[in-house]
Ligand binder design. Structure first.
Ligand code: FAD
Ligand code: UDP
Length: 394
């Protein structure tokens, strides 16, 4: 139709879908979502492999977890979640260890049993060469937390492969979320809620857009049709912020991951969903075996076969999927300039992982979208409040 929608959303990822659902359902707005891929769902999108029946997360393994009650309740309106608890194992010099660092790993690595207090004393001694407050980069931070031997085994090589940057040049922040536990508890996440969508990610994400007021236009690049909407109708833009401004302040740097998918002739390749490869010589960072995310689907999986993905990390070039913000000092300087530009862009709000250049987990993307709805969109549409980004804000 030629009728203008009330709101245009660029990008059908979790951020855009959350905005669309709220505005259509709560405010009765007519929402148009433009998505340049052939599917909705953004990077959380998955497909069931037709040969094996295994659900494959097409843009890398996605594990849902949150401690945010509102986000959990909201997500549960569209899907229920299995009781899957994520665990990660790490291979190093021919042995397999249970991550994150815990009493099991410490005992195995040092070849001797330790009580929790003994392990604490050992790590305190090993990490005493640098005080955590004085740590100014990833390497120093890691050594100040776990000591040099564990750093060199489990962090140094993996991080070098994942970031292709010397760990002394990376921000200490990257590993603040890697805990050390003086128990045998080896759950990867520490959140209140965790699980995988029972019918898969795509069923969940499709349901979010299943509303008579929401139209999703796939294979449509916003920049090809921008003149129809810019300045005429409110826009929530969740694509890359630098691209919106024609890269005028320079490109922001991203890391991408090459995902090499294969079907192997065994019913069980590695006995678990994720194995990290901590040796620097192994070219990939980890192998994902998707069937282990859904043990409850065992009967629907083709016996004797499994789908695995080798992950190789590298700097994103033009045309690659931007996955993780590299966030160097240079990037942060550019981002400040883009935020200034965004402030004066009329009727456009910037959101999501790409629009804010922030690594957002799914629950953070949903939470940030709910905040934008509460604080910007609802006041605009119900009370006529001015719609300006006031900076890019997640
Ligand atoms: P996206 O999902 O990236 O969606 C943005 C959409 O905008 C895309 O579909 C894109 O095609 C579209 N778009 C961009 N530009 C245009 C344009 N010009 N015109 C039209 N459309 C456009 N989170 C977790 O909670 N747990 C995990 O285990 C986890 N694992 C991850 C693993 C990887 C490898 C990656 C990359 C991310 C992972 N995440 C995980 C994060 C999760 O993917 C994000 O939280 C989520 O994708 C954020 O949603 P979004 O809508 O902001 O962005
Ligand atoms: N990391 C590491 N060894 C591991 C796992 C993680 O050194 O076995 C470091 C690495 O620098 C990585 C960061 O911790 O970039 C975050 O790891 P996570 O697995 O959470 O990254 P993601 O799943 O987001 O790629």
């Amino acid at each position: 139709s030629t009728q203008q929608p009330d709101l245009v959303i660029v990008g059908a990822g979790l951020f855009g879908l959350t905005i669309a659902e709220r505005c259509a359902e709560e405010l009765g707005l007519r929402v148009l979502i433009l998505e340049r891929r052939h599917h909705l769902g953004g990077n959380a999108y998955s497909e069931f492999d037709p040969e094996t029946g295994v659900e494959v997360h097409k843009y890398g393994a996605h594990l849902f977890h949150t401690s945010n009650e509102r986000v959990w309740q909201y997500a549960n309106r569209f899907t229920s979640f299995t009781d899957y608890k994520h665990r990660v194992f790490g291979k190093y010099q021919g042995q397999v260890y249970s991550l994150p660092m815990n009493l099991g790993l410490i005992n195995q690595f040092f070849g001797k049993s330790h009580t929790p207090d003994e392990a604490r004393a050992l790590i305190a001694e090993q990490s005493s060469e640098i005080a955590t407050e004085d740590a100014s980069n990833l390497e120093e931070k890691a050594i100040s937390l776990i000591g040099r031997p564990l750093y060199e085994a489990f962090i140094k090589g993996y991080t070098a492969k994942q970031w292709q940057t010397d760990p002394t040049e990376l921000s200490a922040e990257i590993i603040t979320r890697l805990p050390v536990r003086y128990t045998f508890q080896n759950g990867w996440f520490s959140d209140t809620y965790e699980g995988l969508p029972v019918d898969g990610y795509t069923a969940w994400l499709t349901k979010m857009a299943d509303h008579p007021n929401i139209e999703v236009r796939l294979e449509t690049d916003f920049f090809a049709v921008a003149d129809d909407y810019k300045g005429k109708v409110p826009i929530v833009y969740t694509g890359p912020v630098d691209e919106y401004f024609g890269n005028s302040e320079g490109r922001l740097s991203w890391r991408t991951v090459d995902l090499e998918e294969s079907v192997v002739d065994t019913g069980d390749f590695q006995g678990t969903g994720v194995v990290n490869y901590n040796d620097q010589e192994v070219p990939y960072t980890r192998i994902i075996e998707f069937k282990h995310f859904h043990p409850e689907r065992e009967k629907t999986h083709l016996p004797g076969k499994s789908v695995i993905v080798h992950e190789y990390s590298r700097f994103a070039e033009e045309g690659d999927e931007p996955y993780y913000p590299v966030n160097t000092a240079d990037d942060r300087a550019k981002l400040l300039k883009y935020r200034e530009l965004a402030k004066s862009e009329p009727m456009v709000l910037f959101g999501g992982r790409l629009g804010t250049y922030k690594y957002l987990d799914m629950h953070m993307a949903i939470g940030a979208a709910l905040s934008m709805y509460d604080n910007k969109l609802k006041p605009h549409f119900t009370e006529g409040a001015e719609l300006t980004s006031g900076g890019i804000d997640a």
